[in-house]
Write a protein that binds this ligand. Structure first.
Ligand SMILES: Cc1cc2nc3c(=O)[nH]c(=O)nc-3n(C[C@H](O)[C@H](O)[C@H](O)COP(=O)(O)O)c2cc1C
Length: 189
C-alpha cells in the first residue's frame, strides 16, 4: 500500500487529545497542503483562523448559554454540560475556524466554492494525520453563531464559517464502520 493510500485509510476523526501543543511549523505544513486544494475558477475561497486564547474566550459566554439550553432539554446535568462544552473550546490544543467566501448572487459558484473549501480543509486534515496529528471537524451551533464571526473579526455577509477543526495529538483513535466498495461504486455499461 502506498503512503498516501495508508494515510487515507487510517485517518479517523479524533475526539480525545493529549495536552501537548501543536507547534506552528507542523500546522504550516498542513496549510501548505490546504492551499494546493483543487478550486474551480481559481477563487481560493478558503480561510483558516487559528483561534488563540483571547479569541476563544470571546465565544465562551454563548457556549455556556447553549450548553445550558441543551442540558435542560436533555435532562443532562447542567454543570456537567457546561464544563464539557467549555472544555471542547478551551482545552483542545489547536482550534481553527474555517471559512468559505459567500457568493449571494451566484448559487452555483457558492456551491463550488464550498466544495473547494472542503477539499482544502481535508487536505489540511490529511496532512496533519501524516504527521501523527489528529483532527475533528465540528459543525456545532456555536460555529454558526454571530458571536463566532465577531470573535474572528469577519463579516458573516462575506464569509461563512463551515466549521471548527479541533487539532491535537490523538489519545484514542476510534474505529469506524464504513460502507463497502460494492455499496458505493457502480460500473455502468
Ligand atoms: C461536514 C462534517 C461535519 C462534522 N461535524 C461534526 C460535529 O459537529 N461533531 C462531531 O462530533 N463530529 C463531526 N464530524 C465528524 C464525523 O462525525 C466523522 O467524520 C464521522 O463520524 C466519520 O468518522 P471518521 O471521520 O473517523 O471517518 C463532522 C464531519 C463532517 C464531514
Amino acid at each position: 500500500m502506498t503512503k498516501v493510500q495508508n494515510n487515507l485509510l487510517t485517518r479517523r476523526s479524533i475526539y480525545r487529545f493529549s495536552n501537548k501543543d501543536i507547534e506552528h511549523n507542523y500546522l504550516e505544513i498542513g496549510f501548505e497542503a490546504a492551499r494546493h486544494a483543487p478550486c474551480h475558477k481559481q477563487t481560493h475561497p478558503w480561510k483558516f483562523y487559528i483561534m488563540g486564547k483571547e479569541t476563544r474566550n470571546k465565544i465562551i459566554p454563548i457556549v455556556k448559554l447553549m450548553a445550558i439550553e441543551k442540558a435542560l432539554g436533555s435532562k443532562e446535568d447542567v454543570e456537567f454540560g457546561i464544563n464539557k462544552a467549555i472544555s471542547k473550546i478551551k482545552d483542545v490544543p489547536t482550534l481553527i475556524a474555517v471559512t468559505t467566501s459567500i457568493n449571494t448572487n451566484d448559487v452555483f459558484r457558492d456551491e463550488e466554492d464550498y466544495a473547494a473549501t472542503v477539499c482544502a480543509l481535508h487536505n489540511f486534515v490529511l496532512s496533519m494525520w501524516e504527521q501523527g496529528i489528529g483532527s475533528q471537524w465540528s459543525t456545532g451551533s456555536i460555529t454558526r453563531h454571530e458571536i463566532s464571526y465577531q470573535a474572528l473579526k469577519i463579516s458573516s455577509e462575506k464569509e461563512r464559517i463551515i466549521g471548527f477543526i479541533r487539532v491535537g495529538y490523538p489519545e484514542v483513535v476510534p474505529e469506524r464502520k464504513k460502507k463497502s466498495i460494492s455499496e458505493i461504486r457502480f460500473y455502468l455499461p
